[in-house]
Design a protein around this ligand. Structure first.
Ligand SMILES: Cc1ncc(COP(=O)(O)O)c(C=O)c1O
Length: 386
């Protein structure tokens, strides 16, 4: 029998396997310590796991409501009010999604029309651009420069056009580990207020912020939140990235549009996990309140352990990533350096250039410190030998 293979014309021809998958595979192949992909090597809270088992055993195993289970939406509304001084309507302004990834995709799909321009800040998380491209939008990127990665608001204003539809931001920022302050949100507001421009604020690391003034959320800005979709992830907060439960908060009209996409993308999210997360938010709010201290201790231990290395560690104000400059060690480009580091030194990291559309000539790697102390110590020992 003859076999014919047909190959569809790709809608995303430039995309291959993500660097995160590649580096994790290389780390496994070479038995390297994996500080590349952003996931903890420790488990989440016992109470959360017990509540998941409880709800499964109680038969909460059928479809959840499309918008998310009521107790979870209520708990999210209460948490948002407690943290950001603004209480969204749990029925019409909160949607539970399959991780932050789905919320980002649904928001972009709902808002971006063919030919619309979308501004994002490079280095940027890798899921934004493909979603914009599939929606027919055009990415307009602002290249932030190390070590501060601050936004130059004049350059930002110069990039706006009548076609600008959406601005995608991320704070605390993966991969630069920098955070926006309230003044950044005010500058953003001043720049966009005269046009119909929407804001997609990726705040998945909202609880992993080391800034003295805490995490600044778009939801705290009274005017911006009227046109913003704020995205969060329980995976980051509860060390359970594999559960893939996130949510977004947006005003009624925006939420209605996001839900139209969410309804046919996933329809609804894992029921017992949602119920368990609601219990966790209500019973142990101190978990997320203590998260900055929890991760600060790991960050500081890792920085201390790297002090004798020839890596230059950049400031880290949020997320569980550290940036390190390796120019004193190697002249390889960052992708080649990360491959070499994995194969020859036994530590896997992520090159920063993969987060940028334009050439990124800096010698920077991203190291994930959401790891057990022994893992971090072992990695630092290897890195100190370079
Ligand atoms: C900046 C950023 N946004 C979104 C996500 C995706 O979150 P989730 O796993 O909840 O889909 C990640 C995960 O690494 C991230 O770093």
């Amino acid at each position: 029998m003859s076999q014919t293979s047909i190959t569809p014309e790709s809608k995303l021809p430039a995309l291959g396997t993500t660097i995160f998958t590649q580096m994790s595979a290389l780390a496994a192949q070479y038995n390297a310590i994996n500080l590349s992909q952003g996931f903890p090597d420790f488990d989440g809270p016992d109470y959360l796991k017990a509540r998941l088992a409880h709800h499964v055993s109680q038969g909460a195993n059928q479809y959840a409501p499309m918008t998310g289970v009521q107790p979870l939406r209520d708990a999210i509304a209460a948490k948002t009010a407690a943290l950001y001084g603004y209480q969204p309507d749990s029925n019409n302004e909160i949607t539970v999604t399959a991780g932050a990834t789905e919320a980002l995709y649904a928001a972009i799909t709902a808002l971006v029309r063919p030919g619309d321009e979308v501004i994002c800040f490079d280095p940027s998380y890798d899921s934004y651009a493909p979603a914009v491209t599939l929606a027919g939008g055009v990415m307009k990127r602002i290249a932030l420069q190390p070590p501060s990665f601050r936004v130059d608001w004049q350059s930002f204003a110069a990039l706006l056009s009548p076609r600008t539809r959406l601005v995608i931001l991320n704070t605390p920022h993966n991969p630069s580990a920098t955070v926006w302050g309230k003044s950044d949100f005010e500058s953003l507001w001043q720049a966009v207020k005269a046009q119909e421009i929407y804001i997609l604020s990726d705040e998945v690391y909202e609880h992993i912020c080391f800034a003295a003034e805490g995490h600044a959320s778009v939801l705290e800005h009274p005017q911006l939140r009227e046109r913003a979709i704020a995205v969060s992830s329980f995976g980051k907060t509860y060390h359970m990235t594999g559960w893939k439960v996130g949510y977004c908060v947006a005003p009624v009209a925006l939420t209605a549009e996001v839900r139209k996409v969410h309804q046919y993308l996933t329809f609804s999210v894992n029921t017992p996990a949602q119920l368990a997360l609601a219990d966790m938010l209500n019973a142990e709010p101190e978990h997320y309140r203590h998260l900055p201290d929890f991760y600060r201790a790991r960050r500081d231990r890792f920085i201390q352990a790297l002090a004798k290395s020839r890596l230059e560690v950049l400031p880290c104000a949020g997320t569980y990533f550290l940036l390190a400059d390796y120019s004193a060690i190697s002249s390889l480009d960052d992708v080649a350096f990360c491959q070499w580091l994995t194969k020859e030194v036994g530590v896997a990291a992520i090159p920063l250039s993969v987060f940028c559309a334009d050439p990124f000539p800096h010698k920077l790697i991203r190291l994930c410190f959401a790891k057990q102390e022994a893992t971090l110590d072992a990695a630092a020992e290897r890195l100190c030998q370079l």
